[in-house]
Design a protein around this ligand. Sequence first.
Ligand code: FE
Length: 290
Amino acid sequence: MSPRPVVSVITAHTQQEGGGFTVRRPFPSRGLAQLDPLLMLDEMGPVHYGPGQAIGAPDHPHRGFETVTYILDGEAEHADSSGHAGSMSPGDVQWMTAGAGVVHREMPSRRMQREGGRMHGFQLWVNLPAAEKRIAPRYQEIKAATIPSASSPDGKARVRVIAGEALGAQAVIATRTPILYHHWSLDAGADVALPLPADHRVGVYVFDGTARVSGRELHAGQLAVLGEGDHLTLSADGPAQALVLGGRPLNEPIAWSGPFVMNTEQELREAYADFRAGRLGRIPPEIVRA
Ligand code: FE
């Protein structure tokens, strides 16, 4: 057994997204362009909104990749150009394959917009291989209760498996290429070894407390990029939470502009032209505006 070493530690920067909400973003950043095939990780909040303050992302397009939304606190509503609409509660995951293209909006629930409340969650962008960038859009919506979970034998480490496998629990989400997405909760004294596929690029983002990743101490808001090996270790001296993220690299050229991630500049120009011409569709007016 050879542990994957921590090869770099990235401290997330903050920036504004959507209608003006603040995210913590470990990548892309100056220290880490991508974690191929993962393009971006945003932590939304935690933030406490007063009445009338909650902000979302009004109508915008995507093409060429997948967006994965995971809500820890708060309520979100979404609607899109295929006529699809839904809501998310704490613990729910929405895995949206934008593929050829959608126009959607992602907003706090109307109740949250009215009354305020705590919002905390993540959005991960997962790249699609060149051959699948124009597949039909698809949604996988997984309610909190159906996300597989498991615990270490001593109960001090618990994991919710959104993608991939951990402690014998296998994710229910189907991914286009092999992806890992785990949410770990650690108690004082937790110490687990996690086998990992050798061909995956892997990062660990600590977002609550302090945890040791392959022996390296990380604080909330830091992402460890791991090198080669067959497992990582997670341990903590107090309560901590982390995401283990990764996937099999695509090793393809990336042409990225705003909400579109393609392989060439020409494909980006097509995406903008298609969006401007309305070919990515529009959100049907009969869907109640969130
Ligand atoms: Fe979006």
